[in-house]
Design a protein around this ligand. Structure first.
Ligand code: SF4
Ligand code: SF4
Length: 200
């Protein structure tokens, strides 16, 4: 009979004295290490709803759904590969981060979702989505005084400061100078600038 190697014998004795190297999970909680890449989590305060995380996700696990005045970002963590690209390329750097959660089993894959909702800004002329309220505010704060060059950003800044009034509805009148001061998508803004009646 071959004699056990000394190293293996030492490990066996250590395990007998100190207990097994494996964790007791699932009978007891298991601690993960600090850099562990677990379930990605959105953060209400820091996510601006821009959708950049969905764009860079290689597994396409984040859906961006615009309905009415709400944008919903839905993360399907059953298909997530926990690569961390969403966190690395998040616009604010803090809107989505990988937690250390790993015990994510569910009986129904439809339940393997987390989501976050953001208020949308729509063009006052055509109704198309411009972006979210939070993203406009974020850009306006970032650009500071430069935001005066973009009326949509300026309105967002004014709304954030509470120093603006809602414009009258666009009721089919010819496009006038006053229409410049509206929340508009780039296509409508271009049209307004090209066709405005300066006396309107
Ligand atoms: S702020 Fe970050 S987490 Fe939120 S939608 Fe943009 S990229 Fe995604
Ligand atoms: S960790 Fe990777 S796969 Fe999972 S949501 Fe983020 S980018 Fe997509």
């Amino acid at each position: 009979m071959r004699k056990p190697k000394l190293r293996e014998l030492k490990e066996a004795v250590t395990a007998v004295i100190k207990g097994p190297y494996t964790t007791a999970f699932p009978f007891a909680p298991a601690e993960t290490f600090e850099a562990f890449r677990g379930q990605p989590e959105f953060h209400e305060e820091d996510c601006i709803g821009c959708g950049a995380c969905a764009e860079v996700c290689p597994a396409r696990t984040i859906d961006v759904v615009d309905e009415g005045n709400t944008r919903t970002l839905i993360h399907h963590y059953d298909n997530c590969i926990y690569c961390g690209q969403c966190e690395a390329y998040c616009t604010t750097k803090k809107g989505i981060t990988l937690s250390r959660k790993f015990d994510l089993a569910v009986f129904d894959r439809e339940q393997a979702v987390t989501s976050i909702e953001k208020e949308l800004v729509r063009c006052e002329r055509c109704g198309d989505v411009i972006t979210t309220v939070d993203q406009l505010k974020w850009i306006a704060r970032k650009t500071g005084s430069l935001s005066v060059a973009n009326p949509t950003l300026l309105i967002a800044l004014h709304k954030d400061l509470g120093v603006t009034v809602d414009p009258s509805p666009h009721d089919g009148k010819p496009v006038g100078r006053g229409d410049s001061y509206r929340m508009m998508c780039p296509a409508c803004r271009r049209e307004v600038y090209l066709t405005e009646d300066w006396l309107g």
